[in-house]
Design a protein around this ligand. Structure first.
Ligand code: DAK
Length: 257
């Protein structure tokens, strides 16, 4: 198996395990990834997902270049759709997703990190969209998500030049939320994931759904959706428990209903 999934209480940790190829995503690996992500997305006991790469050199060094070189246009389209489906799971599953970027996040690797809700990086992390150097373009969402995450000019610069960006610049551009030494990356990601998982899963899911709309659609509609989701939460036991616990000066106990 090239994908490892382990659980720590309500936190799922998914590791792309192909370090000999810097965790590059072959079709077979992507199929496996999609199936694991589908299972995690459907598992209501998961409160947060961490995505990372095996080894200390790469998160994901991109799509598998050797395999791509053999693809026909129709196979390339299927490959693009497969990667896009993985990215959509990361972006839209109820549980928040954290990319623990432990090295190279290039091409499709940068795109999988961008699809996650939050990016934590080790100091050796390197982002980049080098597709144009291969005579192709990003196919798993970078043309949309990079501009939305950073800025249009920065996204176009990276996509047109293929320039690699180190962790400190990624932090300054909003591509990464925090940068730390490699040995602190997983402990920090786990701490954040457990913190998120301890909250009401239904409140977190609705907050994610509403926040995801911030960069898409019409603002007036999005405010209405926010109000609707906010009001629905008042029908949950979790909201009653959270509000009561505050007034009773104790920690709340959430059950996701
Ligand atoms: N694919 C396949 N193998 C890879 C790989 C990759 N992306 N990246 C690294 N490897 C393999 C190397 O070939 C090498 O294998 P062996 O020679 O040992 O068998 C092994 O991993 C170690 O790599 P290096 O020896 O090169 O290690 P270095 O430390 O010297 O260099 C590096 C590390 C990350 C700078 C270098 O490996 C590198 O530049 N890798 C390629 C990075 C890259 O260009 N990534 C973007 C790929 S393009 C689309 C769908 C998807 C996409 C686009 C369109 N549609 C269908 C429309 C996505 C595109 C991409 O992601």
């Amino acid at each position: 198996m090239s994908i490892e999934v382990r659980r720590e209480e309500r936190v799922a940790i998914l590791t792309i395990n192909r370090p000999e190829a810097l965790n590059a995503l072959s079709s077979a690996l992507l199929e496996e990834l999609r199936s694991e992500l589908a299972a995690i997305a459907g598992d209501t006991t998961v409160g947060c997902l961490i995505l990372t790469g095996a080894g200390d050199k790469a998160f994901i060094a991109g799509a598998d270049i050797a395999e791509m070189a053999t693809k026909t246009p129709l196979e390339a389209r299927a490959y693009a759709v497969l990667g896009q489906e993985c990215a959509r799971y990361l972006e839209t599953m109820r549980a928040p997703t954290i990319a623990a970027v432990n090295g190279y996040a290039l091409g499709g690797g940068s795109e999988m990190a961008l699809a996650c809700d939050i990016r934590l990086c080790s100091e050796n992390a390197v982002f980049g969209q080098p597709e144009v150097d291969l005579g192709i373009m990003p196919g798993w969402g970078a043309t949309q998500r990079l501009a939305r995450t950073t800025s249009m000019g920065f996204a176009k610069e990276l996509i047109f030049t293929g320039r690699r960006v180190k962790a400190d610049e990624a932090l300054a551009r909003g591509l990464a939320q925090h940068v730390m030494p490699l040995d602190e990356l997983m402990p920090r990601a786990l701490k954040m994931a457990h913190e998120i998982s301890a909250k009401s899963p239904v409140a977190i899911a609705y907050a994610k759904e509403s926040t995801n709309r911030a960069l898409a659609g019409d603002l007036a509609t999005n405010y209405m959706v926010e109000a609707d989701l906010f009001s629905i939460l008042f029908s949950t036991e979790d909201a009653k428990e959270g509000l009561r616990a505050f007034t009773e000066k104790r920690q709340p106990k959430f059950h996701g209903r």
